[in-house]
Design a binder for this molecule. Structure first.
Ligand code: G6P
Length: 618
């Protein structure tokens, strides 16, 4: 994970790098650091803790902020505990070379021993310090330029990296390289300045022109010159593909909300509309998705669809399974990408793989895609981040147009992923003749009402807050749902765990009898989804079973419900909708609930401990 950022040009680098770190903090936040070059010397500031701790150190010390060249890093520890010494940037033994790194050097131990035998002494426990000393050693032995030394060193490295390297003896350039971890370069007017970052958010107010390095590429960045990009292994020059960015600054700022998670929860009505806009022509009964249309036979002739993802995206995938099987009658399997890639799965060219990822950078999902491709499967991506690695690695795909999601706990990505999956299910159903034109039209008309219904639902915030206050000190919680709402139960439990650190489990309601029922006593809050369509009577029986064991029941019911209201301790009403669309509504109260509990417990909602938004290590 980790976020890296840098600047070389004519402006003061410090505010650019520091603000960049704040925007990238979602990638990791256990320590951070910044290197400034004042024209003569490098000055490092590093500390354990958040970027605000780093800022506090540098704020009153003018000399730490001087210069037009700077690189910075916000860390999510892999090798070495989070402390000041292990924080990046790391310097080489001579002190001349400086690096920031996002990724893992897997053969670091062998390289470290080799370098120790050549007289290198290590200050930190990190794999990154090994890398910078390796670059120094190569540079010394080969008597070459920095770019070449980085290239040769990287050829000896096994692992993943996005790096930025600076040499104070040749301070007019920065070298960046990528394998497996993302890196973007922002280009100033007439090459007068360059910005480096793990994503484009740190430089969006300065330039809209950017290059996203591909895997195995290295770029030499020199002020006043065009960027030179080379393939690391093949050592050939490649044309830099300059893209126009569409992201705007207010899209990545909090817009009046206390934190990003709350903002993103409230953005869902708009995000869902943005996701189906232009694709769902409800009046005509048509779904237009070029990624599917162009490859429709792949889908229609597929033996099965395999959905691969991690975390919240995996939960959306489960909803996708229920949707596609129910509507289009195509067999679907849903797999954790991390298991899929290592368990020798049977994949053939008659399989269609759908990879779901908000960030488009999750290492396990990316590796699983590569595996599926190598076996001949057709791979379709559902990503949020435009131009991300997964978006580029897949044969075709559909973006969720949710806008940047910064809060580590995913909210709008989940509902927009479900929106795309619903469109796919309907599209395939109509192509296969599994749904009539009038049914399709009616379903789409209902789908168009979902954003409004979410807006109504968001108004129950005070009620959810009251419930949160009652249960905020619970040690364990259970979330139950059936059918389409089972994945929502999993997602509800995940949201609570992620930001409140309260243990929670999601379960299919009927499975409760096979284990979790033993946990139920008067201290156990149980959140049950009991909407009117989808096995309502069965869920009511499950609620009775809980009640007779004194569990506390918080039920999500459809407006107008009377039966559950009589038994439950609390009810939250959601507007009536189609059974298959219910997850888009039932998930909202759970998002709000975990949000309020976390706030009441004084937790950092946007940056929960130990987690990261973009998991670029396996
Ligand atoms: C991390 C994030 C989760 C996310 C998961 C998969 O664990 O904290 O919120 O669901 O990665 O991420 P992706 O970007 O692939 O959807």
């Amino acid at each position: 994970m980790c976020g890296i950022t840098g600047y070389i040009g004519y402006r003061d680098a410090y505010p650019i790098v520091m603000n960049g770190l704040k925007r990238l903090e979602y990638r990791g936040y256990d320590s951070s650091g910044i290197m400034m070059f004042d024209g003569k010397n490098i000055l490092l500031s590093k500390t354990k803790g958040k970027v605000s701790d780093l800022e506090a150190i540098t704020e009153n010390e003018k000399e730490r902020k001087v210069g037009q060249i700077g690189i910075g890093h916000t860390r999510w520890a892999t090798h070495g505990v989070p402390n000041d010494i292990n924080s990046h940037p790391h310097t080489s033994q001579s002190g001349n070379l400086v690096v920031v790194h996002n990724g893992i050097i897997e053969n670091y131990d062998t390289l470290r021993k080799e370098l120790i035998s050549r007289g290198y002494v290590f200050k930190s426990d990190t794999d990154t310090e090994v890398l910078i000393n390796l670059i120094e050693e190569v540079k010394k032995n080969e008597q070459c330029m920095l770019g070449k030394a980085v290239q040769l060193a990287l050829n000896n490295v096994i692992g993943a990296y996005a790096i930025a390297v600076f040499d104070q003896t040749k301070p007019d350039e920065i070298i960046v390289a990528r394998l497996g971890s993302p890196i973007a370069i922002g280009i100033g007017k007439e090459n007068s300045e360059f910005f480096i970052a793990s994503d484009a958010s740190p430089f969006i107010e300065y330039t809209k022109n950017a290059i996203y390095l591909e895997d195995e590429e290295l770029a030499i960045i020199k002020v006043g010159r065009d960027i030179k990009v080379r393939k690391i292994k093949d050592d050939i020059r490649v044309d830099a593909n300059i893209q126009k960015l569409k992201l705007s600054l207010d899209q990545i700022e909090k817009g009046g909300y206390d934190n990003f998670m709350l903002k993103e929860i409230h953005e869902q009505p708009k995000a869902i509309i943005d996701t189906y806009r232009g694709r769902m022509l409800a009046d005509q009964g048509i779904i237009r998705m070029s990624g599917i249309d162009d490859h429709i036979n792949k889908f229609l002739n597929a033996d099965r669809i395999i959905i691969i993802a991690c975390g919240t995206s995996w939960h959306a995938g489960l909803v996708g399974e229920y949707l596609i099987e129910d509507k289009a009658r195509i067999p679907v399997e849903v797999e954790y990408a991390s298991e899929f890639r290592y368990r020798n799965p049977v994949i053939t060219s008659r399989d269609v793989v759908i990879a779901i990822s908000q960030s488009g950078e999750t290492a396990d999902t990316l590796a699983a895609i590569k595996l599926a491709k190598s076996k001949g499967a057709f791979v379709f991506g559902i990503c949020n981040v435009v131009g991300s690695s997964i978006a580029r690695e897949t044969h075709a795909g559909a973006y969720t147009h949710a806008g940047p999601e910064i809060g580590v706990a995913s909210t709008k990505a989940f509902t927009t992923q479900i929106t795309v999956l619903t469109l796919i299910a309907l599209k395939l159903a109509s192509k296969k003749g599994e749904i009539s034109k009038s049914e399709l039209r009616a379903f789409m008309q209902e789908m168009k009402l979902i954003p409004k219904k979410i807006e109504t639902l968001l108004k129950i915030d005070d009620k959810v807050k009251e419930i949160a206050a009652v249960y905020k000190d619970a040690k364990n919680c259970l979330y139950l749902g059936r059918g389409f709402n089972f994945p929502v139960a999993l997602e509800g439990a995940l949201k609570l765990k992620e930001i409140s650190y309260i243990h929670a489990e999601g379960y299919p309601a009927a499975e409760m009898k096979h284990g979790p029922i033993a946990l139920i006593d008067e201290n156990m809050p149980i959140f049950v989804i009991a909407t009117n369509k989808g096995h309502y009577e069965k869920v009511v029986s499950n609620i009775q079973e809980i009640k007779s064991r004194s569990g506390k029941i918080i039920a999500i019911v459809t407006e107008g419900d009377t039966q559950v209201k009589e038994i439950a301790d609390h009810v939250i009403e959601i507007p009536e909708t189609e059974e298959a669309l219910a997850p888009l509504l039932t998930t909202i109260p759970f998002q709000l609930l975990s949000y309020h509990i976390a706030v009441m417990l004084n937790k950092n909602v946007d940056q929960p401990r130990n987690l990261a938004k973009s998991v670029t290590v396996e």
